[in-house]
Ligand binder design. Sequence first.
Ligand code: PD2
Ligand code: ZN
Length: 292
Amino acid sequence: MPVVDSAWEEWLSSNVARGCSVDSMIDSMVQAGFAADAARAAVHKAFGQEAQDVGAASLAATEAVLAKTAPRTYHYDDSPVAAGNVIRAHDRDVRVLMRCERPQVIVFADVLSPEECEEMIERSRHRLKRSTIVNPDTGKEDVIRNRTSEGIWYQRGEDAFIEKLDRRISSLMNWPVENGEGLQILHYGVTGEYRPHFDYFPPDQPGSAVHTAQGGQRVSTLVIYLNDVPDGGETIFPEAGLSVAANQGGAVYFRYMNGQRQLDPLTLHGGSPVLGGDKWIMTKWMRERAYG
Ligand code: PD2
Ligand code: ZN
């Protein structure tokens, strides 16, 4: 049976920081061979540690009360994204391919040019950090099963190129650039996947208050595809029965927090396994307020 060694500690803290749910993390550890009790204890410890670090327990309690008193049915108010078939986004015209109202999902083409996609990939290729663990029983490297990818973050406006993309994305999402987290690049190889999850921080989980202390809750996401994935790798919304294919320069937008601070459970989503080739994405998460 595996033990919580330094690789697992790192996995735990990075998944807490990434906003993964308690249940999904326990599930992944059990699938990797941990006993359920041991997995539960390790995950709760990881969340507890973060909450203590910023003294956020009272914030967690407040968020939990808000979640209980909020109306149960998510109200679909108007999305901030502009109407029309083509949206002028800062320096570029972006085509709308599909809009879904419940959940609020929009598929775009041409958010980035092929050259911009290639540049992002080349800049990132050598800076990726692999998400692997060493299996103490076999000594082999095991991939983390709910998120088999490797990634890297860029600071908002870190150079002129990144700043241009931050501005374009902010204009497209019609949300202030200051409310955006830094861009994240993820790379998946064959079989790589990202199991279904919410991008928002579940209010009833103690670890969430740590993440919302700065900038508030996440409100919307834009996932941009940096390459054509030959087979598999779609972004899926299982509760809505939606699937978006990865086409270079295209993107999927989804909004999960409305003006009343309700969160939309229909935005459960994942990256389905890559079956051929590889997959590169760039993700922007927007917050309620200025972030960072
Ligand atoms: O790779 C994807 O399609 C994907 C799926 C779900 C990315 C994310 N979530 C994300 O970056 O949050
Ligand atoms: Zn996601």
